[in-house]
Design a protein around this ligand. Structure first.
Ligand code: AMP
Length: 512
């Protein structure tokens, strides 16, 4: 069996390659010169053309291609081109500011950066700093120097026969240290997980996936695209989530995937009715906890049960509620085929049924390690190849996995991970500040949001707007706390550790 993910995908396409593979309704009204649909044959020829261009630029197998672009079908072709040509795809959140991109480039040393035209100058500065990185542009409508150059090359680049262990992508995920770590994902990791999900969720070529997730994250790029591509299903591709637009296109779709925030926003829209979704086969949720209240409200409104699943960048998807069978609110279901899951006590023994402990996973889906961080990699793996997820969980008597918390101090805001350490570091560096702590509190729209609790130096003054304004200049907006509170001192335990649980309690209603 072919192991290269590209080959697996191409083998899954329907025999009639003229069928529509991807549609971008956002493009439909732009007039001449803008396509709004592409066939499976187009996907293949564009992947070949883009791979040709990347090879012509001098990149070799294993070289990294950093990509920070708006979501577009062309961005997907670029991903497929990397899979096809054996280049390593390195997507970056479009919200990342210069300093964040600078760190990633310094760590991953990509040979090519494809960025939005509006950020070309910024990227050229970073390219000069590290040397050896070429910069080309691609905008949300497929224009820019990358698109133009690709139009001039042949579409005959042959697919490279990648081995299962060959790197396909590096996705950066922040850690408790605050420094992002590059999770190395192989063709084998991605293929195993994509095939497992396709089968578990009964995807076929008759499906139409309404795709509204960003594609710089594992959820939108791997979970959504792989299930569709590995079954030859069609995708309706929205540049971003907008509840009106989703509701407009649901009648043409059979599957929708979202983060919990998508579901609360759909439920807030009076046009989201039972009629709009009566024909839908599946709604899935993940990346953050789906409140039982949202699950119940969705069921009452539509008659359908959202299928919640659990995964992470390093592992792909680990567990899923059943496609056939009871989908239980507040649980993330059972381990997927090929994935082993165990819950461990602090002493290293396996927990009994119902007992809470650290969740560990093992399987072909699990990444091989963090890019250029061998010590970090060793730390995160227990003996026998078990990856410590950092999630705290319990398995009930029926085998359903319940996530009950996170050992890592992570906040998930609107489905995006915010690591308090990174933001605390930036606040602590402000001259007026003595120390700070960031905690996550419930937020109606984002699920969770950060609150900064700040202690100022004696005699110093700083207001909330100035503090938050400075953060907005240096980090992506989703990482900026929603509020800052100024206090005399932070509560600490006898070991000197800040008692974040007390802060969470104090500020619990700050974002309701
Ligand atoms: P990421 O690497 O960005 O995908 O984030 C992974 C983390 O998201 C996991 O370690 C979990 O803490 C969290 N997560 C993912 N799916 C779920 C879910 N269904 N319920 C609760 N937390 C989740």
């Amino acid at each position: 069996m072919a192991t290269s993910l590209y080959t697996l995908i191409a083998h899954s396409f329907p025999d009639d390659r003229r069928l529509v593979a991807i549609e971008a309704p956002d493009r439909a009204n732009l007039g001449k010169g803008f396509r709004s649909s592409w066939s499976f044959a187009d996907l293949e020829s564009n992947a070949a053309r883009y791979a040709s261009l990347i090879a012509d630029l001098g990149l070799k197998r294993g070289d990294r291609v950093a990509v920070q672009v708006e979501k577009s079908p062309e961005a997907l072709f670029l991903y497929l081109a990397c899979l096809r040509g054996g280049f390593v795809f390195l997507p970056m959140n479009t919200a990342y500011r210069t300093d964040e991109v600078d760190y990633l480039v310094g760590n991953a040393e990509p040979s090519l950066m494809v960025c939005d035209p509006a950020r070309e100058e910024e990227m050229l500065v970073i390219a000069r700093k590290y040397g050896g990185m070429q910069v080309l542009t691609l905008d949300g409508l497929g224009r820019g120097s990358f698109g133009e150059a690709a139009g001039r090359v042949r579409d005959a680049h042959p697919p490279v026969d990648c081995a299962s262990a060959d790197l396909a992508a590096i996705l950066y995920t922040s850690g408790t240290t605050g420094k992002p770590k590059g999770a190395m994902l192989s063709h084998g990791n991605l293929a195993a997980n994509g095939l497992a999900l396709r089968d578990a969720w009964a995807f076929t070529e008759h499906d139409v996936l309404l795709h509204a997730l960003p594609i710089f994250h594992a959820h939108g790029l791997f979970v959504a695209c792989h299930t569709a591509l590995l079954s030859g299903a069609r995708m309706i591709w929205l540049a971003r989530f907008d509840s009106d637009q989703v509701i407009r296109h649901l009648p043409e779709a059979s599957v929708f995937m979202g983060v919990p925030t998508f579901y609360t926003r759909l439920l807030d829209n009076p046009a989201f009715t039972r009629d709009v979704v009566a024909h839908m086969r599946l709604f899935t949720s993940g990346s953050a906890p789906l409140l039982a209240e949202t699950f119940d409200e969705f069921k009452a409104r539509t008659g359908l049960a959202i299928l919640e699943r659990y995964g992470m960048t390093e592992t792909g998807m680990n567990t899923s509620n059943p496609y056939e069978g009871e989908r239980r609110a507040g649980t993330v279901g059972f381990p997927l085929p090929g994935v082993e899951v165990r819950v461990m006590t602090d002493e290293g023994a396996e927990c009994a049924t119902g007992e809470i402990g650290d969740l560990q996973v093992r399987g072909q889906n699990v990444f091989s390690g963090y890019w250029r961080m061998p010590e970090k990699t060793t730390e995160e793996f227990a003996e026998g190849g078990w990856f410590r997820t950092g999630d705290v969980a319990m398995i009930d008597a029926d085998g359903y996995v319940h996530l009950v918390g996170r050992a890592k101090d992570l906040i998930i805001s609107g489905g995006f991970n915010v690591y308090p350490k990174e933001i605390e570091g930036l606040i602590d560096d402000m001259p007026e500040v003595l120390e700070s702590a960031i905690v996550g509190v419930p937020h109606r729209d984002f699920g969770e949001a950060g609150i900064a609790v700040v202690v100022l130096n004696k005699g110093a003054s700083l207001d909330e707007d100035t503090l938050l304004g400075r953060l907005k200049e240096t980090v992506a907006n989703y990482k900026v706390p929603k509020h800052a509170a100024f206090v005399e001192s932070l509560p600490r335990n006898t070991m000197g550790k800040v008692q974040k649980n007390l802060l969470r309690e104090t500020y619990r209603d700050a974002c309701r």
